[in-house]
Design a protein around this ligand. Structure first.
Ligand code: AMP
Length: 211
């Protein structure tokens, strides 16, 4: 059974949602670096203040900073039996560092075309409080425009605006190429088609992982 799982995929591939499903099924913590960083920024912690500008511009936080943060996070007791990682590693240096902390045993790459990504991301809504993501068509909130958990009004994140989406997709492809090669060579890369509806993708993942 896999228990140290990495999820890769472009924005709009549904990787956050699938990470949640997997973590719940395997009873493992779902660790999203984007969410961790966003709460640091919102809480104006020293780390948050230091990285706010980079995050706003979609520039990666320094490898040393994220590696240290992840080493601490993965050493917590809730990771004793494994984890689902969303957003880490993002660079080869991070991947190599992770091997020394807790080597992953499964890397899922959820693939969608850029066209599909653009269609899905346009219209994406985020809860400003908990970071949960919705889409009126693909993942509607129970009450339109309102977070199911926090009941606050949903917003469009600055990086979900059209120009930002194009930039992020380009950056994603540049970033992920080296990681895919790295994990493919290790023989632990599993490719998933992220085009179908969320429950179908979930089933494909569970099947391929023998769950
Ligand atoms: P995300 O929501 O995963 O797109 O992450 C939002 C932002 O957080 C990124 O644009 C980076 O600034 C930062 N970030 C998240 N994960 C990492 C990582 N593994 N390495 C460096 N920066 C990261």
């Amino acid at each position: 059974m896999f228990n140290k799982i990495i999820i890769l995929g472009p924005q709009g591939s549904g990787k956050g949602t699938q990470a949640e499903f997997l973590a719940a099924k395997l009873n493992l913590p779902n660790i999203s670096t984007g969410s961790i960083f966003r709460s640091e920024v919102d809480a104006k912690t020293p780390l948050g203040l230091a990285i706010a500008e980079r995050m706003k511009n979609g520039i990666l936080v320094d490898d040393e900073v994220i590696n240290k943060l992840m080493a601490e996070r993965l050493a917590r007791p809730d990771c004793a039996h494994g984890f689902v990682l969303d957003g880490y590693p993002r660079t080869l240096l991070q991947a190599e560092f992770l091997e020394t902390v807790a080597a992953p045993d499964c890397v899922l790459e959820i693939n969608i075309s850029d066209e599909t990504a653009k269609k899905r991301l346009g219209g994406r809504l985020t809860c400003p409080q908990c970071g949960k993501i919705y889409h009126p068509e693909y993942k509607p909130a129970r009450v339109a425009g309102q977070c199911d958990v926090c009941a606050v009004a949903l917003i469009t994140r600055a990086d979900d605006e059209p120009e930002a989406i194009q930039r992020r997709l380009k950056r994603y492809h540049e970033e992920v190429a080296a990681l895919l090669k790295y994990y493919e060579a290790k023989g632990i890369l599993i490719k998933i088609d992220g085009t179908p509806a969320i429950p179908v993708v979930k089933e494909e993942i569970f099947n391929k992982l023998g769950l």
